[in-house]
Design a protein around this ligand. Structure first.
Ligand SMILES: CC(C)(COP(=O)(O)OP(=O)(O)OC[C@H]1O[C@@H](n2cnc3c(N)ncnc32)[C@H](O)[C@@H]1OP(=O)(O)O)[C@@H](O)C(=O)NCCC(=O)NCCS
Length: 179
């Protein structure tokens, strides 16, 4: 399943994406608020990619991961995804991450809006959610520009480089206002 926005394409991950994904996950700027940490080597990234590719074959699929490609240049610029809850809750949690060279161009907001739209239109969700470290002001801004509402603060739940960091919970319900 592939998606697109005005300037970007979201395509399912394939094995050929391994090196690009490893470069992305190895960036200290990208990792700053991430609980997974930088992969110790390409073999660790291979296991992450393996789980993304295995998920594509699951019957009652709960996890979608896409590479993000710029339409104008065909470049790989990041990753995004959605994880679905048990069917009865109709919830989906989104994420996105971009190479630092691509920050500040509105791409994350464009992708976040596309994921929210797909959550409601393609996955027929009731609510789309996202978690963000409270210090990750760029991503907080992206979620608010996407129409998400801050529903709560969870204190000291993110293990990031040996410290417990706070997390904001954001969400948008199917009948909330959207562009
Ligand atoms: C967070 C991230 C996705 C933002 O991507 P982006 O493409 O630069 O986002 P956008 O350009 O759509 O919007 C960024 C907004 O943050 C604002 N911003 C930039 N630096 C900022 C800062 N230091 N403090 C507060 N806001 C900031 C920008 O001005 C912009 O808002 P505006 O349109 O109102 O001016 C990107 O920095 C990233 O990949 N970070 C690493 C991974 C990550 O943290 N993912 C999110 C996990 S929840």
């Amino acid at each position: 399943m592939d998606l697109e926005s005005k300037r970007l394409e979201l395509r399912e991950v394939i094995w050929d994406d391994l090196e690009n994904i490893h470069t992305l996950l190895s960036s200290p700027e990208v990792d700053e608020y991430n609980t997974l940490g930088i992969p110790k080597d390409i073999e660790a990234t291979r296991e992450i990619v393996r789980s993304m590719i295995e998920a594509q074959k699951e019957e009652n699929r709960k996890s979608y991961s896409w590479k993000i490609i710029r339409k104008d240049s065909g470049e790989f610029i990041g990753m995004a995804g959605i994880t679905l809850s048990a069917n009865r809750f109709k919830l989906g949690e989104i994420y996105y991450e971009f190479l630092p060279s691509q920050w500040g161009k509105g791409f994350a907001t464009e992708i976040s809006k596309a994921l929210i739209k797909s959550g409601f239109d393609d996955f027929h969700l009731h609510k789309v959610e996202a978690g963000v470290a409270t210090e990750n002001q760029r991503s907080v801004r992206v979620l608010e520009k996407s129409g998400m509402i801050r529903e709560g603060l969870r204190r000291k739940i993110l293990p990031i480089r040996g410290e417990w960091k706070d997390n904001y919970h954001y969400a948008i319900v199917e009948d909330d206002p959207r562009e």
